[in-house]
Design a protein around this ligand. Sequence first.
Ligand code: COA
Length: 333
Amino acid sequence: MNRAAVVAGIGSCLPARSVSNAELTTRLDTTDEWIRSRTGISTRRYADQGSATSDLAVGAGAQALKSAGQTSVDVVVVATTTPDRPCPGTAPLVASQLGMTGVAAFDVAAVCTGFLYGLANAAGLIAAGTASSALVIGAETFSSILNPDDRATSVIFGDGAGAVVLRAGDPEEAGALGPCDLGSDGEGQDLITVRAGGSRQRLSGKAPEPGDEYFSMAGKEVFWRAVRRMTESCRAVLDATGTAIGEVDALVGHQANQRILASLADSLGLPRERCLGNLAEVGNTAAASIPLALDHAHANGELRAGQRVLLTAFGGGLTWGSTVLTWPVLSRA
Ligand code: COA
């Protein structure tokens, strides 16, 4: 029998500081009406100076472990665009802080698709028998790389973390991850980027070109690519599993923009009300967005055991990915 990776626990963590659209209008040339109507976002959370991505990851990971009734796993994967440091990865620190010194731990860098790439990696380790359980965390302190003067990105992104525990199980049981569709297009690397600080534009002792140390996104160019790639990717996993779109009870897409999610639902032929998410309250939290949306939808009862759930994301790289599962019975931490 093939070993599947089965979702066994879920958790999330948000920093305390809430930043409303109204607060952003005090320092940026923008309006609450523009932000709500163009993105669907009302507020987002920012971590305080001095707290880092690992702090949020540990909070979400601890909840997910508790929800799964476990104190340890064989591998910890942290998907993030905003690691605590450029080197080393954040996952070993997170594993140690969760009391798991000694287990395998590594980061995944696929920007907003990072959590789905992390799930696919962990599911592969479980299928191969290398691991019997995994903690997959999407965590971001995106506020640390936002250009405070760039209204186009500052209004969109926020901080947070979400996590799931996976265990080895039967492909037919609820919670088993279906096949993952993953893709990339490096020709689009400049569309979503932090230009300086890597080996291409080195910071060794010099100041970066103005703005290059910050995250930038060509939003308009990215918008329709996001809709097209997520549509194709969703169709690939639906085809691979013989699932008709009408059988999908919930779509949890990357929480980038409400208009993107509406266009995605329309192009898949899915009623828009089946799109679940928390974009209005947390903004775009990049790699954290899908597990954070899943945890909130599970907590508020929108996501129920037995429902067929389609997950899809698109992000920098460019990267995209999707998978499908039947939502299992999970306890809340
Ligand atoms: N407040 C007010 N006006 C703003 C603004 C803001 N915060 N941000 C941009 N604008 C302005 C622009 O300057 C532009 O003005 P102009 O017409 O005078 O040039 C106008 O609004 C329209 O800008 P545009 O970029 O075309 O807006 P948009 O409707 O495409 O929305 C995004 C911008 C970023 C919200 C949207 O493009 C988006 O969500 N893109 C995709 C994001 C994504 O999927 N990323 C991948 C994963 S993270």
